[in-house]
Design a protein around this ligand. Structure first.
Ligand code: NAG
Ligand code: NAG
Ligand code: NAG
Ligand code: NAG
Ligand code: NAG
Ligand code: NAG
Length: 576
């Protein structure tokens, strides 16, 4: 305990600069909550019908349950009913809104970057030695990823135990409440609150699901600090069509007297946030550029790749700093006004403590520039699906893969595994990806295993799968056209297209993620099921460079669904 305090205080530069002392923080009651840590080690009893898989199945019934969907439909016209309903479910689960005040919450919304902002913030505060809770969405492989304690998804045992506690209470009270059960996201939010209360976290970082004002996480009354990352157009049917309407929704998480921070926003959006802050009497500040913070070591290093993460990191610094100050130095008042004339005031930059610097550098976020080395195969996973994030992904891959290649003992084969869902502009992304000099560009739908038909020999694909594959083939063709060279036109005639200076990649399409991985890795990844890769006639020779290379580098990108699907096969532990 004493040791922890030393570490906390020695490295806490901002507090020292403000003249803070140990006493101030102790009197804030923090010492009590830290020493009362409780690590639940009890394992849940194995009750048939109530094991982990049963919990997951039951959870999934909430997703599609007709009565829950009906309820959402009823509330759509009157959004204020949503929070009302959420409060009722929370109470039925045995939790009061007042109890949530003990969670010491940091509440974050935004269109882009709210997940990474939360990840930075959580890592920084965890680096101080606090026991953190972190609620985020969506998940990549397992729903447990959404509820984290000290950065780790809660274990199956804990998930199962707490799931049945919450589900049981809701189920018992169903009759008295017209048979209603909360829908999926509401249920998970209640579960997260329950887990964080039971596990006695020192703080909880809570990411909004959709919007802000009427999002079910917004039943919390008194977070310590709020954050808004980049606003953009998303979920327009639910939130309203214009950036002003979106800003109005997001500004709905402001609370009277609770400091809030935002990154720079388009002017029209900022005006709405400013008015919302005024109306709610919330002191709002705009974050400075990351380069404005004084650091001894030159540039702040971030654990998440890409220039665009720098604004998110600045927001995270302000959130952690403000949380530390308010939580531990309660006498330090916070200015109530946010507006100087008509513009939102800028937050002061400060000198990040060594712990903060380390926290930013250590931040990881699954599926975002993640590296996995399995035998002779190294996977580079990044769920980039916008032009900006793809740019960052390409830069990261080129730098990191080049580093790995320098230490490789022989030739390295570079493979792209790509899928982009929906109407995203794959062609524009291909232009960004071409300079990576791939030997192979592999396309597949975002399905992990095409059940019985995951076998290229079997031509019994059903219609939807066939449609997916047709689109994959279109993508493959689009890639080939982009890289130029000799191509066959639609009528089968040979075309000579201008060639780019980049290496020409061989292209392939597979019916599912597993078959693509099996072909790419050629049994050289010991963790992958060693099923014989399905081989189409003519493919066999193509694979020779993969078998001969000293190392295979696979970049998996284009969508988080694809990355999640790949992780399911590569990281069996995560899917257990
Ligand atoms: C799903 O809805 C039906 C009514 O449509 C209800 O009887 C059932 O209990 C609900 N199940 C859950 C898990 O909410
Ligand atoms: C924050 O990061 C996300 C990607 O995680 C990015 O799309 C967004 O533009 C970033 N926001 C800012 C303000 O840089
Ligand atoms: C992600 O990228 C950042 C910045 O390039 C780097 O510091 C970090 O180590 C990368 N993480 C992984 C897991 O490769
Ligand atoms: C990605 O998968 C979807 C179906 O899951 C498919 O329709 C689409 O064509 C695929 N995209 C690419 C680029 O392969
Ligand atoms: C494939 O992508 C779509 C989004 O276009 C998503 O709804 C679906 O769940 C994904 N499928 C899998 C298996 O991840
Ligand atoms: C078609 O195949 C897909 C992928 O294997 C599967 O999810 C879907 O249920 C199938 N649909 C029908 C109608 O068989």
């Amino acid at each position: 305990m004493v040791w922890l305090w030393r570490v906390l205080w020695r490295n806490w530069v901002p507090a020292a600069r403000l003249g803070g002392t140990d006493g101030a923080c102790r009197s804030a009651g923090l010492a009590v909550s830290l020493s009362a840590r409780y690590y639940s080690t009890k394992t849940a009893p194995h009750i048939p019908g109530m094991e982990y898989q049963d919990a997951i199945c039951t959870l999934n019934t909430l997703q599609t349950n007709a009565s829950a969907l009906e309820q959402v439909r009823r509330e759509r016209g009157r959004p204020e009913l949503q929070l009302h309903a959420m409060r009722a479910f929370l109470n039925r689960a045995g939790i009061t809104v007042e109890e949530l005040d003990h969670l010491n919450i940091i509440h974050v919304t935004g269109t882009k970057g709210k997940g990474s902002t939360c990840a930075f913030t959580e890592q920084v505060l965890r680096s101080y030695g606090f026991r953190t809770g972190f609620y985020s969405s969506p998940h990549l492989v397992q729903v447990r990823e959404r509820i984290r304690i000290n950065g780790q998804p809660i274990g199956k045992e804990l998930f199962t135990k707490y799931f049945w506690q919450v589900y049981g209470r809701l189920d018992e009270t169903k009759e008295a409440h017209g048979g209603t059960m909360p829908a999926y996201f509401r249920f998970l939010t209640i579960l997260a609150f329950h887990v964080f209360l039971q596990e006695k976290v020192d703080l909880a970082v809570i990411e909004v699901g959709i919007g802000g004002a009427y999002d079910c996480t917004n039943i919390i009354r008194s977070p310590w600090v709020c954050g808004i990352s980049s606003l953009g157009i998303d979920h327009t049917q639910i939130l309203g069509d214009t950036i002003e309407q979106i800003a109005w929704q997001k500004g709905g998480i402001f609370k009277p007297g609770v400091p809030a921070f935002t990154v720079r926003q388009p002017e029209d959006a900022m005006a709405v946030l400013r008015d919302r802050a005024k109306e709610i009497q919330c002191p709002l500040r705009v974050c400075p550029e990351l380069d404005d913070y004084q650091v001894d070591c030159g540039l702040l290093r971030l654990g998440l790749a890409g220039q665009h993460q720098r604004a998110n990191a600045s927001l995270a610094l302000q959130l952690s700093h403000s949380w530390l100050q308010r939580r531990c130095l309660p006498d330090k008042g916070f200015p109530a006004d946010s507006v100087d004339g008509s513009s939102v005031l800028q937050a002061a930059s400060f000198k990040p403590s060594p712990i903060m610097v380390k926290g930013l550098a250590d931040t990881e976020w699954p599926g975002r520039n993640q590296t996995l080395k399995h035998g002779a195969v190294t996977y580079f996973l990044d769920g980039a699906h916008t032009m900006r994030s793809m740019q960052a992904c390409v830069q990261w891959f080129r730098e990191t893969a080049a580093q790995h290649e320098r230490s490789a003992s022989g030739p390295v084969c570079r493979v792209l595994l790509f899928n982009a869902t929906g109407e995203r502009d794959s062609a524009a992304m291909f232009k960004l990806l071409l300079p990576c000099q791939f030997d192979f560009a592999v396309f597949c739908p975002n399905i992990t295993e095409a059940i019985a038909s995951c076998n290229a020999d079997q031509q019994n694909f059903n219609v939807s799968l066939e449609n997916m594959l047709t689109r994959c083939l279109d993508n493959e063709r689009s890639w080939r056209l982009h890289q130029g060279g000799e191509e066959h036109g639609d009528d089968g005639r040979l075309l000579i297209l201008p060639r780019l200076p980049e290496k020409r990649a061989d292209t392939l399409v597979f019916p599912c993620i597993l078959s693509a991985l099996q072909w790419i890795t050629q049994n050289r990844d010991p963790t992958l099921d060693r099923a014989v890769p399905p081989v189409k006639p003519g493919l066999k020779d193509k694979a020779a460079p993969l078998r001969q290379a000293a190392h295979i580098h696979v970049l998996v990108t284009g969508s988080l669904h694809l990355v999640g699907g790949v992780l399911k096969h590569l990281d069996p532990a995560s899917s257990k």
